[in-house]
Design a binder for this molecule. Structure first.
Ligand code: SF4
Length: 263
């Protein structure tokens, strides 16, 4: 019997979720509470009433999120195999926090690998290490979100277990996993000189990571939250200017840095 899980979207032809052309599978449920969440509909673990979004895998009728088997997901993923082969792409698991559904996530990357499809996992790191162990043997690349260096600020803006997030990152690197660290740049919160220099110190001492991806602020989450009727904790803010991006990039001069998602 094929393992099942709850997904809320599948995006084909994604180009910012790992190398090449990819299919990104969004698993439902996230233990964090980022003030700027770009996927507020992803946080609950179970399907929930729709409040204004639509696509095949948002679920039928009034619900966001649908139960799917590994075979259901693979049927979609395999449609674009020729593009993965040509571009070095594959399947990316995202969310939410995809590793929260540990068995389902592990079955998905295992199935993709056995079918010759590359695999990436986009994670907030906010799950216990055994969730990483479950996917590690079948994951080509981890896209690891890191937001704030200071535990008190992390508590205020993100929640979850800051120490566990850093510890998982260290363990992944120590296990020789391929890791790109992604830093979402939230104006006045994560893009301050203090935070970026502290993150840079942490990353410089952690071992070999493939790259640091600096993600300029994207106000899409604001619009989505408004449409869904979810109260926002941050006011409307603008994305970083070219000059600000250059200041931000300077903090990571000792590391390979990219602006935006993985190339
Ligand atoms: S980790 Fe991602 S999905 Fe979870 S609350 Fe933060 S932004 Fe939202």
């Amino acid at each position: 019997m094929s393992t099942t899980g709850i997904i809320f979207d599948i995006k084909r032809f994604a180009i910012h979720d790992g190398p090449g052309i990819r299919t990104t599978v969004f698993l439902k449920g996230c233990p964090l509470d980022c003030a700027w969440c770009h996927n507020p509909e992803s946080r609950g673990r179970e399907p929930e009433p729709r409040r204004g979004l639509g696509s095949r895998f948002h679920g039928s009728g009034e619900m966001i999120g649908v139960q799917a088997t590994v075979n259901d997901v693979m049927d979609v993923v395999l449609k674009d195999r020729v593009f993965y082969d040509e571009s070095g792409g594959g399947m990316t698991l995202s969310g939410g926090e995809p590793l929260l559904q540990r068995e389902f996530a592990a079955s998905l990357v295992q199935a993709a690998r056995s079918l010759g499809v590359g695999t990436a996992v986009d994670t907030s790191g906010s799950v216990s290490w055994r969730h990483f162990e479950a996917v590690l043997p079948w994951t080509d690349l981890f896209l690891y979100d890191l937001k704030l260096a200071d535990p008190a600020a992390h508590d205020e803006w993100v929640g979850g277990d800051h120490g566990m997030i850093l510890s998982n990152l260290r363990r992944l690197v120590a296990a020789d996993a391929a890791v790109r660290v992604r830093i979402p740049l939230i104006p006045g919160v994560t893009d301050t000189d203090d935070n970026l220099s502290s993150l840079s110190v942490i990353l410089s001492g952690i071992g070999t990571i493939q790259a640091v991806d600096l993600l300029p602020y994207n106000p899409a989450g604001e619009h989505k939250a408004d449409r869904l009727g979810i109260a926002r904790r941050l006011p409307s803010i603008r994305t970083q200017s070219k000059e600000e991006m250059s200041r931000i990039q300077d903090h990571f001069s000792s590391l390979p840095v990219f602006i935006g998602g993985a190339p």
